[in-house]
Design a protein around this ligand. Structure first.
Ligand SMILES: Cc1ncc(COP(=O)(O)O)c(C=O)c1O
Length: 382
């Protein structure tokens, strides 16, 4: 399969016809337990927390799409991140990008740090700052690129080199671009994480997360967390993600075409003060986006004058929905300070550069002229 082009992999990796029946879709194995063939012998599965045939196929597909050694599916993106951080022990040090998803910050500050793990937040777009943050006990560097919601990029290859210089691993949350638009493992990262809730599922009808590693050691580590901690993706959610990734590439192409058009429109609007989208030449890291990414995606954020202006805008949109989340076929708009970044303090938001007029868009696959007309009438109401 590895020799096939990406569009072919998306449809066929892990998704061969069922050998028993010829069904072209991976069957849903709704079974918690499996009949054993003897004492200590089985047909490959014994209990679904340890392994389930539907989940196996999704994990195979996702590992292929990221060019990894193994994939491990969890109940949510947060469960995947919890499984990732479970590798850390008291006394270990973790370096985390400073404007990652606020749920990641909440997990680290309110749970992981309680286990005696030291966390340092750093502007991961600043290589000197990343270097300065490294310690002899740094075990993991975790970044999101582009970041949420400011769309700041991290140079994956350069940060991987810094992490490796002290023997740490680099994990990349690749949710915003999907495997179709960025391949962190090929750039030098060690682990890729996704909230499959977003572009991989693609239809806003399921929650899930995945970790993809490069080595057999990581595979055994993540298998242990799946079995021991138990937050594994249900077979039905696996089925939905398997179905979603078959159309990932065609959806992403439309997301991106619409994203480019919406970003250009917003940039030209007098009521919009800033637009953060890596596909705009005005983006400070446009060159890095071209070099590191295979496209620019459809996530962006922009600023209106203040919270009141953001409120008028969100009340007026008709096609865009005022809702959290991203990566589904429908366009969404959200007020960053009170949704994705509600769980951090106002002081942290100010440090991150997220003010009360900041709106994040996940541009869907509707007709782009309709989307722009919707933004036009909503901005007129501001
Ligand atoms: C970039 C990113 N990572 C992780 C998560 C967490 O994923 P989930 O909501 O599936 O737990 C989110 C959720 O919005 C996200 O946007």
């Amino acid at each position: 399969m590895a020799d096939y082009k990406y569009a072919t992999l998306a449809v066929h990796a892990g998704q061969k016809p069922d050998p028993q029946t010829g069904a072209v879709n991976v069957p849903l194995y709704l079974s918690s337990t499996f009949e054993l063939t003897g004492i200590g012998t089985d047909r490959g599965w014994d209990y679904s927390r340890a392994g389930n045939p539907t989940r196996d196929k999704l994990e195979e597909a996702l590992a292929a799409l990221e060019g990894g050694h193994s994939g491990h599916a969890f109940t949510t993106g947060m469960a995947a991140l919890s499984a990732l951080f479970a590798m850390l022990r008291a006394g270990d040090h973790l370096v985390c990008g400073k404007d990652v998803y606020a749920g990641t910050v909440r997990l680290l500050d309110q749970i992981v740090s309680g286990y005696g793990i030291e966390v340092t937040y750093v502007d991961s777009s600043d290589l000197a700052a990343v270097k300065a943050a490294m310690k002899p006990n740094t075990k993991l560097v975790h970044v999101e690129t582009p970041s949420n919601p400011l769309m700041v990029l991290t140079d994956i290859a350069a940060v991987a080199e810094i992490a490796h210089s002290v023997g740490a691993e680099l994990s990349v949350d690749n949710t915003f671009l999907s495997p179709a638009l960025q391949s962190p493992l090929a750039l030098g990262a060690d682990i890729v994480m996704h909230s499959t809730t977003k572009y991989l599922n693609g239809h806003s009808d399921g929650l899930g997360g995945v970790l993809i590693g490069k080595t057999e050691e990581q595979k055994q580590r993540f298998l242990l967390v799946q079995k021991a901690a138990g937050a594994v993706m249900s077979p039905f959610e696996c089925f939905l993600v398997l179905r979603g990734i078959k159309t990932l590439l065609v959806r992403i192409r439309q997301h991106e075409e619409n994203g480019q058009a919406v970003a250009a429109y917003l940039e030209s609007h007098p009521k919009v003060t800033k637009v953060a989208y890596p596909g705009l030449k005005s983006h400070a890291q446009y060159e890095l986006a071209v070099r590191q990414q295979k496209g620019f995606g459809s996530m962006m954020s922009f600023e209106l004058a203040d919270r009141e202006a953001a409120g008028w805008f969100l009340a007026a949109i008709k096609i865009f929905l005022n809702a959290e989340s991203l990566g589904g076929v429908e366009s969404l708009a959200s007020h960053s300070a009170t949704t994705t970044h509600a769980s951090v303090t106002e002081e942290q938001r100010q440090q991150m550069g997220i003010n009360q007029g900041r709106i994040r868009l996940s541009v869907g696959i509707e007709d782009k002229d309709d989307l722009i007309a919707d933004l036009e009438q909503a901005l007129a109401a501001v």
